[in-house]
Design a protein around this ligand. Structure first.
Ligand SMILES: [Zn+2]
Ligand SMILES: [Zn+2]
Length: 279
């Protein structure tokens, strides 16, 4: 069965990703207001009535801003780990709180949601792979590095929301204080454009039809830059850059896709390390 996916918003101002089939759907994170979530889903022709649950990756506010209201209004179960909930500090209706564990899939109708642990400066951060019987979609943002787990799951995805947070030169030369530059790039913050590109080039499967570059930094990245960088290596995979301000199109993901032309290559540009003396 096909999956339908859209980023309703992506970035440090709010993250919310829609994944559904013909009968049911879930949201990964609820980082924009309930009203905006409704508005954007309506514009995409998506029904709130199809939503069955919200899964939370971690407690940072850009992932939970709209959670309380959205879950209460539509009585949506919230799948969240106990540790993340503790760090969230928001009140949720007790009967709506559900737990998940890494590597133990949760079934919601015909959707299967698998969480896996990731490297990020949060209490108990997870990424997800959502699948139907034949199709897999990864939601992989807020990762410090492309760790073994990320690679293992990315390799199996027909489509992926993948973080491409910052351009290394823009971060290094920008006016963020040194400790913040360090925090973003130290392996527990965010993935750079080059790190994302290398993951794509080294590990994408031939059946990956869509790559949706996500969680772009407002100050240290540009959508045109990311688009240009990835388009040249797309090799048949559709490249989309998710916006910080509006929803993407709704994409239908099938299992039958095979990239016309695979480009396997590694960019010879290793991620830059910040010097201890700053720069
Ligand atoms: Zn985030
Ligand atoms: Zn985060």
């Amino acid at each position: 069965m096909s999956l339908f996916i859209s980023s309703l918003n992506s970035g440090s101002n709010g993250n919310c990703y829609y994944i559904g089939n013909d009968n049911e759907a879930i949201l990964i994170d609820a980082g924009i207001s309930c009203r905006e979530t409704e508005r954007r889903m309506k514009r995409s022709g998506l029904s709130m009535q199809k939503l069955r649950a919200i899964f939370i990756t971690h407690e940072h506010t850009d992932h939970i801003n709209g959670l309380r209201v959205l879950s209460k209004k539509y009585q949506l179960p919230v799948y969240i780990t106990a540790a993340t909930q503790q760090f969230c500090n928001i009140s949720l209706e007790k009967k709506l709180i559900k737990r998940f564990k890494a590597d133990q899939p949760v079934n919601i109708g015909d959707l299967r949601i698998l969480a896996f642990k990731k490297e990020h400066d949060a209490g108990d951060p997870h990424s997800f792979v959502v699948s139907s019987s034949t199709v897999k979609v990864g939601i992989i943002t807020d990762i410090g590095i492309a760790c073994k787990q990320v690679i293992h799951h990315f390799k199996q995805c027909h489509a992926a929301f993948l973080e491409s947070n910052y351009d290394e030169d823009m971060l290094m030369n920008g006016n963020y204080p040194y400790h913040l530059k360090r925090r973003i790039s130290d392996g527990k913050g965010h993935l750079s454009n080059i790190q994302a590109l290398n993951l794509f080039l080294e590990h994408r499967p031939s059946f990956m039809s869509h790559l949706i570059l996500s969680h772009l930094s407002q100050n240290n990245n540009k959508p045109e830059l990311v688009d240009k960088l990835f388009q040249q290596y797309a090799g048949g995979t559709r490249i989309v850059v998710a916006s910080r301000h509006k929803e993407t199109d709704l994409f239908m993901i099938d299992a039958g896709f095979s990239a016309v032309r695979m480009v396997r290559q590694t960019i010879n540009k290793k991620p830059k390390q910040l010097s201890l003396f700053g720069n």
